[in-house]
Ligand binder design. Structure first.
Ligand SMILES: [Zn+2]
Length: 301
């Protein structure tokens, strides 16, 4: 499976070898650590399969839909792509794999918007399953590609078919991007990658202002170095300080998209407005980090 060689997926075999040192190549390493958060147990394998699904899940469009206000879902079953529409053009967050770009374009069109109206392309983090398609999106739309400074080296290494990764503007933590009355703020939430970016904005539904959080992945890489541990500790504090009514994530399972989508009904409360579950993913990944550190320390001679 070609996709398994990319960032998010690649860590798994490595983490298991690290946490379970006396392993031989012939053995299947155990799936650990396991953590239980809000009554549900998670392991590295269960998180990977929840996030990525099958190859088909990664490339099959999920029905495009409105999330809240001017925020829409245009991604696949397991790789999020979000469209933020404005009267001055649109913002796309996450191009996903290059082979998904035409699928995303179709979803944008199905919602009644023009793909060519995308003016700004943003991303959550420099892994192929989230940002491999940036060059093609830029080619098709002319959008300005903006990225957190700390992720730029990793982004520049993502070159599908030898294409140069476009970067038009380098962002710093806390920087705001305005288009057509919508302002998106970039929050550095490092750990999963050096420049992992959580985006926030306010949207309006009826008379209500809603705080939308497009969360980056908070999963620790295979080996937790002291630098990554301190980045993630900062990240878990930062994200809990954000105003949040509508939690979203770069893999839909991180915010239970499918279950929420099934509850969308005219006249019913919007299921995507879910402040009670804003930080569940952070809780899971923080518990995982602590358990991983314990295993790592135990594995030391
Ligand atoms: Zn990733």
């Amino acid at each position: 499976m070609a996709s398994m060689t990319f960032g998010c997926a690649a860590f798994l075999s490595t983490v298991m070898l690290i946490v379970d040192s006396p392993v031989t190549l012939a053995q299947v390493p155990p799936d650990q650590p396991a953590v239980t958060v809000r009554g549900q147990t998670y392991t590295p394998r269960s998180i990977l399969s929840r996030n990525m699904g099958t190859d088909e899940d990664q490339t099959t469009a999920f029905p495009p839909h409105k999330i809240a206000g001017n925020v829409y879902y245009v991604g696949t079953r397991t790789l999020s792509s979000f469209l933020v529409t404005t009267p001055a053009g649109h913002v796309l967050i996450n191009s996903t794999y290059e082979r998904n770009v035409r699928t995303i374009e179709k979803s944008v069109t199905q919602l009644g918007f023009k793909f060519s109206d995308i003016k700004i392309l943003l991303g959550t983090h420099a892994h192929g399953d989230h940002q491999e398609g940036d060059a093609l999106v830029k080619e098709l739309t002319g959008a300005q590609v903006m990225a957190m400074a700390e992720d730029i080296p990793a982004l520049e290494a993502i070159k599908p078919n030898g294409k140069t990764h476009p970067i038009d503007r380098m962002l710093r933590d806390g920087e705001a991007i305005a288009l057509g009355g919508t302002t998106l703020v970039a929050h550095l939430t490092a750990g999963h990658t050096r420049g992992c970016t959580t985006w926030t904005m306010t949207t309006q539904e009826g008379a209500k202002d809603l705080n939308v959080v497009f969360a980056c992945s908070y999963r620790s890489p295979a080996t937790v170095t002291p630098a990554i541990e301190s980045e993630l500790n900062r990240t878990f504090t930062v994200i809990r300080s954000l105003a949040c009514d509508v939690p979203l994530g770069d893999h839909p399972a991180q915010y239970n998209m499918a279950a929420k989508y099934a509850r969308v009904k005219p006249g019913a409360p919007n299921p995507f407005i879910d402040p009670a579950n804003c930080w569940v993913e952070a809780e899971i990944q923080e518990a995982m980090l602590r358990a991983q550190l314990k295993l790592q320390q135990g594995a030391k001679p």
